[in-house]
Design a protein around this ligand. Structure first.
Ligand code: NAG
Length: 389
């Protein structure tokens, strides 16, 4: 979960405001091991309007706490202690764009988040605290390093009352945080002390959790505005649309050494790019085309049944009118507008198919990731701290 190294090391809570969200666990960290599986590439774009399940995402935790029965989007819900529904993309992007149209959840102690995260713990965040209805927080981490405290920033936005599109535009030259297509923050590698600019292939994640749970670190509870009052819940983060665009192409991205440097990343069968690529597009498609998600055989994170059942669900026409689509190099606007018109219909179509395709998700293989005990987080943090030192 989201225990920070800093909080584990009991750094002053005053310093925690920008550090508590660091992910400190990765199934296989390529800076620590040489045998990590390559990262399956999106190599194209992925768009989803809720509706039903996002077929190119899997559940990290709390599958039952994502409610698809509402016309305004998927409700990621915290109702009781430990609820932390979270999804993660089956694919990775190497430079690219991640946009989520959503409303943040209310409730002191509740944290809504969208995250890009790599296997060696580069991370780019948007976060919303339930007790701060008019604020969003931007943040980033490089190589799991939480040793500096100037990464977080605050942005004024009515995040709970109104749907907004929160964007991350991530390239080698600069990283932009956007709200409704307006850049609200820019980070360049030169602005980052040390080699901690995020620069390795990222998964896209969406989730909500309770920072105000009583057994969290005191600093985490304080940062989140908690303790969480479950009697006033449930607390819903409402996600209407997801859009992801990969600026590189190929079948998969591979770490060729343990440096964690962008230069060490190889695009197998493709090219590391600075902008949208005309790759084959590896995300699951809902239109029944044969370009179903292409999981590499050696990937421990992606049981082969995932790609098979997604292909099946597309071919059977379950998602015939679905909002999910992949494009080789379509512009984001064309993709959103084509699906925007079918918003209501898309909801009905994909809502109907979601129950039928629910076993598509082999969440069991990965769901343990987000519910590791603090002990494991500690162990992982120890490894990272060891490495940093
Ligand atoms: C993303 O960044 C790239 C490179 O700086 C730029 O060309 C592109 O216009 C940006 N896109 C958005 C949506 O901001």
């Amino acid at each position: 979960m989201r225990f920070s190294i800093a909080s584990i090391l009991a750094v002053s809570p005053a310093l925690l405001s920008s550090v508590v969200s660091a992910q400190t666990y990765s199934e296989c960290n390529p800076m620590l091991r040489r045998d990590c599986p390559a990262n399956p590439a999106l190599s194209g774009t992925y768009a989803h309007i809720y509706g039903g399940e996002a077929s190119s995402f899997k559940y990290l935790a709390g599958k039952d706490m994502i409610k698809y029965g509402s016309s305004d989007g998927a409700h990621f819900r915290v109702e009781k202690s430990k609820d932390s529904p979270t999804i993660v993309s089956n694919f990775y992007i190497m430079w690219g764009k991640f946009e989520v149209t959503m409303k943040a959840a209310p409730g002191a102690g509740i944290v809504s988040s969208i995250v890009l995260q790599s296997d060696d713990l580069d991370e780019i965040d948007w976060e919303w605290l339930g007790g701060k209805p008019d604020e969003a927080q931007s943040n980033y981490f490089g190589k799991g390093n939480t040793a500096t405290y100037d990464r977080g920033a605050f942005h004024t936005v009515d995040s709970q009352a109104t749907f907004h599109k929160y964007g991350l535009n991530w390239t080698a030259e600069k990283l932009e945080w956007l709200i409704d297509d307006v850049v609200v923050r820019t980070l360049t590698p030169a602005m980052v002390k040390g080699d901690y600019y995020p620069q390795t292939p990222m998964t896209a994640r969406i989730g909500i959790w309770s920072g105000g749970d009583s057994d969290n670190e005191p600093g985490v509870i304080a940062w989140s505005g908690g303790p969480t009052n479950y009697k006033e819940g449930p607390y819903d983060m409402i996600v209407k649309k997801i859009y992801v665009q990969d600026y590189s192409s190929g079948k998969e991205y591979r770490y060729t050494d343990q440096s964690g440097s962008a230069d060490s990343i190889e695009a197998v069968g493709g090219e590391i790019g600075a902008g949208p690529q005309s790759g084959a597009g590896n995300a699951a498609t809902a239109t029944g085309s044969p370009s179903a998600y292409n999981a590499p055989s050696n990937s421990g994170r992606l049981p082969s049944s995932t790609s098979k059942s997604e292909a099946t669900s597309g071919a059977s026409g379950n998602n015939a009118d679905s909002s999910e689509s992949t494009h080789n190099s379509a512009s984001p606007s064309s993709s959103s507008s084509s699906s925007a018109g079918a918003n209501g219909a898309a909801y009905i179509a994909t809502g109907g198919s979601s129950s039928g395709s629910s076993e598509t998700y082999t969440g069991a293989a990965s769901s343990t990731m987000a519910v590791k005990t603090a002990g494991l987080a500690l162990a992982a943090a120890g490894l990272i701290v060891g490495w940093i030192l």
